[in-house]
Each structure stands twice: as C-alpha cells, then as structure tokens.
Design a protein around this ligand. Structure first.
Ligand code: PMP
Length: 448
C-alpha cells in the first residue's frame, strides 16, 4: 500500500471515526447526514450547545480586530473583560484569573503557582502535589503525575514525578470496605495520614475534582468530605486546588462544584465549558491570598505559554458567559437534575447497571457483572467500549471509562449533555441508552 504524504495521526490508529461536519443544539451530524445525539456535550465542553451563532460572531469580530498579542509585552481588552466577567461566577476571594489553552495547562500552571507561592513565602521545601487515586487532572507530565488513573499513567510511569496519592472517595466501592457515615470519612482522613508519611513540609498542594469525571464516573463525596480536606490543608499550610475542568461553570447546578460543600479553595482550575468548545481556553483562578504572596515578594510568576491571555479565546469566553447568564443556564441545570437522575435511575432495571450517580447534569453509570457482589467485568472484555460502539451505531454519544473498580477492571460511562437540552431530547437520550444497554446485554449473555 502506498502512503500518501500528510496524514492525520488519529487518537487510535486501529479505528475509523465518523466525520462530523455540523452541529446544532444537542445534535451533531456526520458527512453522510447521520445524526448523533451528543449526550456528553463534546465531553462536558459544549455546555451552551452546538452551532451557537452568537459565539461564532464574537469570534469573527475579535479575529478582525486583534487575534493575538504576546502577554509578556502587551495587554488586551478581552482578557480583562473575561477575568471581570468570570468574577461574577467565582466564590468570594477567588478574584485573579490566568488564562491558558485548556485543562492540562491550567493544572500545570496551578502546580507551579502553588510551588512558587511557597517559595516566595520562604518555604522552598514545599513541592509535592498530593492527589487521589481514580482521578484525572490532565495529560501533560506534571498534571498526569498528579492524576490517579492507572491506564493513562501506566505507559509513561518512568516519566512521572513521584507525587503521592491518597485513597479515592467512592461510597459505592469504599477503598477501606467501610460504609458511610460510620466510616468516619476515613478517605478524607487519608490526607493527613499521607502528609505525615511524606512530611507535610514537603507538600505544596492537594488537588481534587469536586465530582470526579472520567476517572471514576461522577463519584460524589458526602457533605463532610471537603470540609475535612480544607481543614487538613489549613492545618498543614497546604494549598487546596479544586480541579473544576469538568465541574466548573454550571455543570453540577452551581457555578462551581466545590460550592456544594461550602468550601473555598485557594486555586480553582477550569476549562472545557469556559469557551464551550468554540476556542481553546482554560483558566487558573487564584485566591487573593495567593496573589498577595507574589505582590508582597515583588516576584513575577515565572511561568507562561505563548497563548496566555489569548484575546480570541477570551472573546469567545465572554460570549459563552453571556449565554450562561442570558439563558440562566446554571439554574436550568439545577432544575433539570431531578428529571435527569429519575430517568438515569430507571436504568438500574438492567442487570449490568450497578450504580447511577452524579450531580446536576453530570451522571456516571457503573456497569457490573454481578449487582449483589458488585463484581466488575474483566477489563479484557472491554464492556465499556462495546456499549459505546452500540450507542454510536444507534446515534447516541456516551463517554466510556474503565478501571473503575480497582484501577484495572471496572466499566462506567458518563452522560453530561448540553445545559440547553430539552425534555423531549432527554427522553430520546434515555430511550436510546435503554435500548443500547439491552443490546449489550443480549450480546454479553447470549451463551449464558
Ligand atoms: N481535569 C479534568 C477533571 C478533566 O476532566 C480533564 C480533561 N478530561 C483535564 C483536567 C484535562 O483537560 P484538557 O484535556 O483540556 O487538557
């Protein structure tokens, strides 16, 4: 076979992908005109829906004035405007935004910001970032080092930093085999245990997703969890970074997911929904006290990317925040939650559906081989991939994940549609899912 020059290197060279040419609302269409209901909003990205002319116009208008300036030389209006507008959404005290190109960059930046914060305050021994198993903070090496997702770490293990991980918080599969609330939140207390082992004076930050996304399928900690984490961080002088790349800007029915726990992080990272998929944009939002440490030391933040404070991406961010406000979409997510989970919990009638969990419009469904024992399917059966393929064939996009049970075995998928989804579309989504699960089970148990 002759190879033509100039080809795309796809995510998986063994697969071919439907070529999407257009999107509108919750639907995308491929080159053959087939419609797919995008039940994952890209992947928690296109929260305002596909095909929003208002955003496209803001992007074009900005491109026609100034598309790029170097942020270490010039200032620009859209970046300031976005920082100001974001301030309407962020919890009190989190006032300083640093704009990057996505979630991984946001977390890399947060890791370095936390480190330099301690250096400027005269504690240069602090550098370790503690995170949790069954978490994902990005694909770049620093963010991946701080992630606890076995399958995505495995092949790069020699390149990763030796960052400590504490137990995950998952009441469906408690890593300590305990039950809430008699567990005494042992998973949250694991932070202190780990700090003692590694030496808290070496630790700069703890990072966690308020509701875990792809790594565990929307596991939601109980009310006491983050208050214990916050108190522990304070007691040991460690910054708390809330990774809100998925949960930020309304996904859980509050502006930021961490607000459900009435806890204020030192740093919030966010991306995905901030520009709604219409540009590459992420943000690191720092608490006043983090910013003040740099001011007091008279030190610049020794960090940067070419695309920091990009005016084009910022103009898109402003247009997306306009839509979130004009259409009161965060309140809409909160209002949709009950019907969304009522439909989701109806899937528990399926023999493979072990758990349905999440918050707002972020749902995780865990698939098991046996409901009573919660025994997962072996990873080799690729049950999550099988289901995703069946759904795609039927015109439904879900997001499959694995390693849910123990880092290796276990299957789940996420459902996180655009905030604009209508009732009839929710009905269609869950009908397609119901039918797809039946088809999966027919295949799995055909010879049982
Ligand atoms: N943090 C979380 C919680 C995420 O879900 C992701 C992406 N799935 C990232 C960080 C990394 O973001 P990006 O892919 O935009 O670099």
């Amino acid at each position: 076979m002759t190879r033509s020059k100039g080809q795309l290197l796809p995510r998986d060279l063994t697969r071919t992908y439907p070529r999407i040419v257009r999107g509108e609302g919750v639907n995308v269409y491929d080159a053959d005109g087939k419609r797919y209901l995008d039940a994952i909003a890209g992947i928690a990205v296109v929260n305002v829906g596909h095909g929003r002319a208002q955003v496209a116009e803001a992007l074009a208008a900005q491109a026609q004035t100034i598309a790029y300036v170097q942020s270490s030389i010039f200032d620009n209006q859209p970046a300031h405007e976005l920082a100001e507008r974001l301030g309407r959404f962020t919890p009190a005290g989190l006032n300083y935004a640093y704009f990057v190109s996505g979630g991984s960059e946001a977390n890399e930046t947060a890791i370095k910001l936390a480190r330099q914060y301690h250096v400027e305050r005269g504690e240069p021994s602090r550098y370790l970032v503690v995170s949790r198993w069954q978490s994902y903070h990005g694909g770049t090496l620093g963010a991946l080092s701080a992630s606890g997702i076995t399958a995505r770490r495995e092949k790069y293990a020699p390149l990763l930093l030796d960052f400590p991980h504490i137990a995950e918080c998952n009441c469906y599969r408690c890593p300590f085999g305990l039950d809430y609330p008699t567990c005494g939140l042992r998973c949250a207390r694991d932070l202190e245990v780990t700090l003692k082992h590694v030496g808290a004076s070496n630790v700069s930050a703890f990072i966690a997703e308020p509701v875990v996304g792809a790594a565990a399928g929307a596991t939601v900690p109980p009310p006491e969890y983050f208050p214990i984490i916050r108190e522990t961080c304070d007691r040991y002088g460690i910054l708390f970074i809330a990774d809100e790349v998925i949960t930020g800007l309304g996904r859980t029915g509050r502006n930021f997911g961490i607000e459900h726990w009435n806890v204020t992080p030192d740093i919030i990272t966010t991306a995905k929904g901030l520009a709604g998929g219409y540009a590459s944009l992420g943000a690191v939002i720092a608490h006043d006290r983090v910013r003040d440490a740099f001011v007091k030391a008279g030190a610049p933040f020794v960090h940067g990317y070419t695309m920091v404070s990009n005016p084009l991406a910022a103009a898109v961010g402003v247009a997306v925040l306009d839509i979130l406000e004009q259409e009161a979409l965060v309140a809409r997510v909160a209002a949709l939650e009950e019907g969304f989970f009522r439909r989701g919990r109806a899937l528990l009638k399926h023999r493979t559906v072990g758990d349905v969990r999440g918050k707002g419009l972020l749902m995780g469904v865990e698939l098991v081989q046996d409901k009573a024992s919660k025994q997962p399917f072996p990873a080799t059966r690729r049950v999550n991939a099988q289901l995703a393929a069946i759904c795609l064939k039927r015109g439904l996009v879900i997001y499959p994940g694995g390693g849910t049970a123990d880092g290796v075995n276990g299957d789940h998928f996420l459902i996180c549609p655009p905030f604009t989804i209508k009732d009839a579309e929710l009905d269609e989504l869950f009908t397609l899912l119901d039918e797809s699960l039946s088809e999966l089970e027919e295949g799995l148990y055909a010879h049982a």
